[in-house]
Ligand binder design. Structure first.
Ligand code: ADP
Length: 486
């Protein structure tokens, strides 16, 4: 099935990129990619076998030496060129993304542009990988600290940001002098493949950036157990993250993990309520609630909770649900039936236990996996949705009475990715920001990720950071060189 409106249809490829070769699905072994808006087939990508996967790993290993031997400036220029090509082709990439993922076109383009910025940033950072010269313990020697690439990296990426989660990982890896093999989510491999087309066009040579598709557990296991793979960077569920850690234990795999979240969004009594409502709309309903930093629990001071829930419902009713390609649509379909089932399970559990429906609450008239943006109030900390990530357009308002109580409730989770709060009180800003057990805290903002800041989780939300000056460290080893006999 063609994707309509592409200016450059060569970006829509269904072939994997292995060792500089494009490999199509053969016979009936492929993986069908469907459009979540209507279930139609968008294309079939290969289900690669283990031998081809090993070929990719071998190619990444041999390409890594040459890639690392380039000067930082040469690597920087190639990454920068890739970034520019992504921006030039952002409209087409957005169409491909929307066809496989469902999000509104404007949001798809937003994802692509905002995350291509990680390539721009790390193209710059490539030139700033500094070592140290440390005071030695004796005058006969010098203590040098060098930074070197970890080697071959593998990225496993999710379907909610099919394009952006790749540039976030490939940027620092390539900048550091590593090669990288990407395994995108089976639901959304086409965005990854289109990035492969542009990487090749940018002059990034064979084996440096590769894209493989196939059975996730087989690819995951090979990445984890193959000693040639030095590092895995994964974004996805905590469950799969745990599995990767276990599988990678025998080869002491370096891991960066961006896992699940259960973000609290707190509105204190002194907050600007309208600004908090606007922030909650972004933090909750962006990507139809399917981001790992989405507000999962909205805590509002009891004195303003009813008012807040009403205002949030007014805004939720203004959202336009529909196909991502349609003008003005703000809410696409959920990714699949399992996502709808989880939304319904959390909603039912809350309503059965005394929560009140303020707006929405059922599957959308469009059918399929479309769901009405939903707001519920009178929600309690004991309900299922307070302890599991809903990952859907369900906004639960939970009333609280004191700052210490809400901090305790906010931290009452094994996760610690993002947290948000709204207040005008400066002392409270620091108190609460420091008390929240999470890697990312938004104060008076519901949208905070950018390439200049470190993104990552506390607790079981993961390991490592993406973006910022810290992000490149994940792809570097520290070597101590002692030069003695001087
Ligand atoms: P989600 O629930 O959001 O789909 P997953 O953790 O299941 O999150 O998926 C995130 C990524 O991990 C996808 O690319 C998926 O194919 C991949 N994945 C799932 N299971 C495994 C596995 N056993 N080994 C390696 N990758 C896996």
């Amino acid at each position: 099935m063609p994707i309509e409106g592409l200016k450059d249809s060569s970006l829509f490829t269904k072939s994997c990129l292995v060792a500089g070769r494009w490999i199509e699905a053969g016979g009936d072994t492929g993986i069908a990619v469907t459009n979540p808006a209507d279930g139609s087939l968008v294309g079939t990508v290969p289900s690669l076998g283990k031998e081809t996967l090993r070929e990719a790993i071998d190619a990444a290993e041999s390409a890594q030496k040459d890639w690392a031997a380039k000067t930082a400036k040469e690597r920087s220029a190639l990454i920068r060129r890739w970034y520019e090509l992504i921006l030039e082709n952002a409209d087409d990439l957005a169409r491909i993304l929307t066809a496989e993922q469902g999000k509104p076109l404007a949001e798809a383009k937003g994802e692509i542009v905002a995350n291509a910025a990680y390539l721009e940033w790390f193209a710059e950072e490539a030139k700033r990988v500094y070592g140290d010269i440390v005071p030695p313990p004796g005058n006969d020697r010098r203590v040098l600290v060098m930074k070197q690439p970890v080697g071959v990296c593998a990225a496993i990426t999710p379907w909610n940001f099919p394009n952006g989660m790749i540039t976030r990982k490939a940027g620092p890896a390539l900048a550091a002098g590593c090669t990288i093999i990407v395994k995108p989510a089976s639901q959304t491999p086409l965005s990854a493949l289109s990035l492969g087309v542009l990487a090749e066009r940018a002059g990034i040579s064979a084996g440096v950036f590769q894209v493989v598709t196939g059975k996730a557990s087989m690819i995951g296991e090979e990445f984890c157990t193959n000693p040639k793979v030095a590092k895995i960077s994964f974004t996805g569920s905590t469950e799969v993250g745990r599995w990767l850690m276990r599988q990678g234990a025998d080869t002491i795999k370096r891991l960066s993990l961006e896992l699940g979240g259960n973000a609290p969004f707190i509105v204190f009594e002194d907050a600007d309520i309208d600004a908090a409502v606007a922030g909650a709309m972004i933090a909750k309903f962006r990507n139809s609630g399917q981001t790992c930093v989405c507000a999962n629990r909205i805590y509002v001071h009891e004195s303003i909770a009813a008012d807040f829930a009403r205002k949030l419902a007014v805004e939720a009713d203004r959202l336009k649900v529909g196909r991502g390609e349609e003008d003005g649509v703000t809410q696409g379909p959920l990714i699949d039936d399992a996502a709808v089932a989880k939304m319904e399970e959390h909603l039912k559990d809350a309503l059965d236990n005394g929560a009140e429906l303020v707006t929405g609450g059922k599957r959308h008239a469009l059918g399929g996996t479309f769901f009405e943006p939903t707001v519920i109030s009178n929600v309690k900390q004991t309900m299922k949705l307070a302890h599991e990530e809903t990952f859907a357009p369900l906004a639960p308002v939970i009333a609280f009475s004191s700052e210490s109580d809400v901090i305790e409730m906010a931290n009452d989770t094994e996760f610690g990715l993002a947290a948000y709060f709204y207040t005008k009180d400066l002392a409270r800003t620091f108190r609460v920001a420091e008390a929240l057990e999470s890697g990312i805290v938004g104060v008076n903002s519901g949208l905070i990720a950018n390439e200049m800041a470190p993104f990552g989780g506390f607790k079981q939300s993961g390991l490592g950071r993406e973006g910022s000056k810290y992000g490149i460290e994940e792809y570097l080893e520290t070597k101590y060189v002692c030069v003695a006999g001087l």
